[in-house]
Design a protein around this ligand. Sequence first.
Ligand SMILES: Cc1cc2nc3c(=O)[nH]c(=O)nc-3n(C[C@H](O)[C@H](O)[C@H](O)COP(=O)(O)O)c2cc1C
Ligand code: SF4
Length: 469
Amino acid sequence: MTLVHRVLHPKPILSLDEYLARAGGKGIETARQMTPEAVIERVLASGLRGRGGAGFPTGRKWQTVAQNHSAAAPATVVVNGAEGEPGTFKDRTILRRNPFLVIEGALIAAGAVGADMVIFAMKRSFEGELARMRAAIEEAEAAGWSQDVELIVFEGPDEYLYGEESALLETIDGRWPFPRIVPTFRRGLRSVATGEAPAGPALVNNMETMANVARIVARGPDWFRTIGTAESPGTAVCTITGYTRHHGVGEVHMGTPLREVIELIGGGPRPGRQIKAVLSGVANGIVTAADLDAPVSYEGLSAVGSGIGSAGFIVLDDSVDMAAVAAGVSRFLAVESCGQCSPCKLDGMTIATHLTKVSVSAGRTHDYDVARHRLGTVTERSRCFLATQQQMVVGSILNHFPEEFERHVTGEVPGVEPELIAELIDIRNGKALVDERHASKQPDWSYNNRDSGTVPVELYTSLVPPWRP
Ligand SMILES: Cc1cc2nc3c(=O)[nH]c(=O)nc-3n(C[C@H](O)[C@H](O)[C@H](O)COP(=O)(O)O)c2cc1C
Ligand code: SF4
């Protein structure tokens, strides 16, 4: 199989005129001749599922938001472009190539769910993408695309939790990225912080999800289903990083075997090396070499105890120490935890500390046992999925590679520093730039020499965030 170009254009589209000349804009044209219900019906029939991680059926989400909005509390569409999953760079790549496709999809969504505002939520560090999006919005507005829908670009913080959908809304509302209990379709934006209006529901969709919408509406659900599988129709825009010949982003048919995706986008393993395992971000169980032929689809990867997540695959070869990988994953998640749920932060940090001791060969069986025990309690009373990620991903590494930890506690192998697991800053000339600053990020989210010992939720709640409107 080869790469496809449904949402990821081979070359950047530089202006709205160029986009229109390449048959862009047909989705919005079609949607405006249809009722909102008919548009939602089309998205439902396509079987499109969210590309942000959870794979929730997009049409069903739209239906719920449409049912929950009212004239007094209009809906808001929020396009999630936070892209904080380690090993993922697809949303920024889609945006660099064609921001108009994302804007078109978001405007169709706004019409379908009764929204008067679309917010493109990105990170303030995504400077190039922010500029590209703003320029594209200006062109779309000048061409009359937006009608009475306000288009806003929001610049959020770098924290991993900012991408979690309820934390995203908290942040846009002028608070810190701490996940809520109330679902986003019940309480959206414009609530306490701005006091402008009662909070209407918010539709939060990932940027790649939105990029699929225009052609589904223009060409119909049957066209969309000509690629992919029955449960995972369409394509997946995958990122390949880690121990491969090179790194990159490419679009494949859903259902393409993972091994082939690694070959196509990453050129396969480095010379003389073999793939040992693959991390699907830090949100799903690890895929071992024995399962490399699993199809990249929602059902294909969950059948091997993993998941497609945001299709960001970090490839690990036989030179990699799995104790170092477990320590790195655990540290990333524990540092990024906000501390609203004590077990997530405290057990998370305990797991990371003990696994680091094992990885650097300064630990004993006791350290391994403590980490294992705390994996059983880390999810207690957890408000968001991050604690479960710690349990699932780190647990799967421990389960699949017990001998690699054993070798460290018996002193059979020298110590290794934890593998750096962090967000991607860029992929340039086939090489990924991982955010190395994360190695010095403290559990209180500062970059101070010492951690304050206070969890982020206690440290920041009384402080006004710099992004408050
Ligand atoms: C800790 C955490 C971080 C997340 N980060 C992102 C992110 O950076 N981008 C994203 O689109 N979704 C992220 N998600 C998933 C969102 O909460 C949400 O499911 C998604 O934006 C919904 O869009 P979709 O239905 O189109 O996938 C994250 C979830 C969790 C639990
Ligand atoms: S589960 Fe963890 S990250 Fe999520 S809200 Fe609770 S403490 Fe914060």
